[in-house]
Design a protein. Sequence first.
Length: 241
Amino acid sequence: MKHLERFLAGVFCISILVVLVISAVEIAVYADSGYFRKEFTKYNVNNPKGIVNMDMDELVWVSSEMMDYLRGDRDNLDIVATIDGQQKEFFDVREKSHMADVRDLFVGALKVRWCAAAMAVISIISLFLLLYWKDIKVLLFRAYLATVGGLLLLIGALGIWAFVDFTGAFYKFHALFFSDYEWILDNDTSRLINILPEGFFVDTAIRIVVIFILFILIMGGLLLLVKKVKQTKQNLGGTYE
């Protein structure tokens, strides 16, 4: 029975962390409407001397439509914009093919989040059926610390790898998730790679990690608070069951 209880606690904690990491990604790229404008300005992506010579407001609109597409809120990437003073298709065929793959990955991740949330609910209900509330809190707190500890080691290892060789890590990530090579774009002809340079992905990765760590701390703080309340009431000789 002890093994089953620990297994369920582990499932709950892993499921919650999956929900949090996917939510951190979504918040990082969707919550701040001005994020893309700041990044475009930072990296001067609409430089008149480059291939993305267009008005900043229209470029931000294009990025907004692109992000709607990735989340499944738009059917295609047939987007016409004023570039170099002329009406042009912003994305070419190769870019559309790659972004279709990215869309499948992102929409799939959102579905995984729902599945993880369901697993968290099922596992916590199962624990309620097996244990008293006070025992669940202790078990969950310990399982959470162990799960987060393992995850932070993984994040630390990936962070070191990205710091040493971000380009290599970025390449491996794409090779892992995308079977074709449509994601290898030409910097001289691809507007997509020009508006989303490597620096943008570095900034976004940092943003995701910061948000995720905040989530971890908040969740851990809540579990610790509940655990402390239990101990305090026991010390006072009271009960809250």
